[in-house]
Design a protein around this ligand. Sequence first.
Ligand code: GAR
Length: 213
Amino acid sequence: MRAEPCILNPVSELMTARLAVLISGNGSNLQALIDAIRYRALDAEIVVVASNRKDAFGLQRATKAGIPTRYHPLKPYRDAGKDRQTYDADLARLLNEYRPDWVVLAGWMHILSDVFLRHFPYRVVNLHPALPGQFPGANAVAEALAAFQAGAIKKTGAMVHLVPDEEVDAGPVIASEEVPIYPHDTVETLANRIHQTEHGLLVQALRRLIEGD
Ligand code: GAR
């Protein structure tokens, strides 16, 4: 009796989305993606993790999961008098080696210029620890806490959005979720609570994008 040949399903093969993930730090959201893919909650493959910081713990998380990593620092460009556009063009070239369908900014703390974005039109996804239209930039959690303490807001949140242009932490929103703020909160306790929300939100938003909902 002849054994049946093992045929991979070409459709599901085609549907597995290729993600390039950019990080600058701890990478807890990267870990959420790694875990969601491992437990088949997300039909995706992380094809590369790139960081602008060598000591970003997320690089270790990626290596542990068997994912290729790349370190792309800005300092050598600055030291050589090269501009940010050159850095961004090289970053795009580096990521394109891995043919990503989506570029996910999961705690990437550099603003990306059009030189980068035009390589991935409506294919760059950013995670930000605030509700749409609130507290853009690197200090969103501290600014939300200060606004709460001043009586200006009652809650904050997290969002995932597309990055069509150079505007910071803005663009078509894929998913967002509110997070409560409590009077005894510190920046650390609030950041931790936001992170817990982000981990599910990022997976949910990517699933939506990948499945085309
Ligand atoms: C996340 O809270 C993300 O929203 C934020 O960096 C953190 C990274 O955490 N991004 C921004 O502030 C972008 N403006 P992680 O390294 O543990 O995933």
